[in-house]
Ligand binder design. Structure first.
Ligand code: CIZ
Length: 323
């Protein structure tokens, strides 16, 4: 493409080219907190799924380059039917999202007639279309709480997140699904014990996709967006971060005076790392890969995403009607 002396030089030149193409295409680049450092560098917005969905709704750009995984780009497409949504790394999927099918969800609904379905954002558009309301790790507890008239709630597909919601809302009966994030479940109690031994004065901040034993050993349980907010305003100096390692880049940038430790080097999501600057350049140059959702699925899935955004935009615990 062009001559370069080192990887750094290559990346810097690519960033300039991406910036030019981005203007030409009237595009915005939105980037999940788990993406590679150099991809986070070219972001107009970084965040968790909730923040990125909210940003996707607000932008007036014609093209959204979504640096994340497929279900995230799909959500952006559902919320923005008039915009072009590009997923630079075509193969970037989510094994958790693939752990439930529409047929299986329908069978679960039949077993629990009348129970509303809350689907984690890590699901396909088809599952969102079959659900009453969506949630992210930032707002899962508030979303389930908002279903005030329903004691029994079906929660798919992440069992650990569902168990965490159950622990916060003991008056609800949460029907769980056996899904899990293959990256977060790699963390075991022993990793936390070792990290605490090495860094006894560090706070443990864990993502709710981790198993209950790990969560029980943590000082804070929150989404990546929640971790950033908590750490940026904390006067503590050391943190054991129990989520995908991509978050370290922003944490370190925002808090040069603080120290961050991973409990295990295994906290790397291979799908999140598929997006490279080269693929972002390719996406903008060739307008690839376009993410489209069939209109009937998109219409129904939008209802569950819009309900979530409505509850999230309102004071915590606000009730929703019509579910
Ligand atoms: O909500 C998200 O974006 C996910 C999948 C994790 C997080 O907490 O950012």
């Amino acid at each position: 493409m062009f001559e370069h002396k080192s990887e750094r030089d290559y990346n810097e030149k690519l960033k300039i080219k991406i910036e030019k193409l981005k203007k030409k295409r009237e595009a915005i680049i939105i980037v999940h907190n788990y993406q590679r450092d150099e991809v986070q560098d070219i972001a107009d917005i970084t965040g968790d799924s909730l923040a990125l969905s909210q940003a996707a709704v607000k932008t007036d750009a014609r093209v959204i380059v979504f640096c994340g995984v497929h279900f995230m780009a799909e959500s952006a497409a559902i919320l923005n039917p008039d915009k072009t949504i590009l997923l630079p790394a075509k193969e970037a999927g989510c094994p958790l999202a693939d752990m439930i099918t529409v047929e299986k969800l329908k069978a679960l609904k039949e077993k629990h007639p009348g129970a509303p379905v809350v689907c984690y954002v890590n699901t396909s558009a088809a599952i969102k279309a079959e659900s009453d309301i969506c949630c992210t790790s930032s707002n899962a507890v508030n979303i389930v709480r908002s279903l005030r008239d329903d004691k029994k709630v079906i929660f798919v597909p992440d069992k650990n997140l569902g168990l965490y919601v159950q622990s916060q809302l003991p008056d609800k009966e949460i029907i769980l699904w056996e899904g899990f994030c293959p990256t977060h479940i790699k963390v075991q109690e022993e990793h936390i014990r070792q990290a605490k031994t090495l860094h006894p004065d560090a706070l443990v901040i864990a993502h709710p996709e981790c198993n209950s034993e790990v969560l029980n050993m943590s000082d804070q349980i929150t989404s990546t967006g929640g971790m950033i907010k908590y750490i940026n305003s904390s006067d503590k100096k050391k943190f054991i971060i129990v989520t995908e390692s991509g978050l370290f880049y922003k944490l370190k940038k925002d808090n040069p005076d603080k120290e961050f430790f991973l409990p295990t080097e295994q906290l790397i999501c291979p799908n999140m790392k598929l997006t490279t600057l080269g693929w972002v350049y390719h996406a903008l140059e060739l307008m690839a890969y376009k993410v489209n959702v069939p209109a009937d699925i998109a219409r129904k899935a939008k209802v569950s995403l819009d309900r979530m955004l409505k509850v999230s935009g309102e004071p915590s615990g606000s009730a929703i009607s019509g579910v």
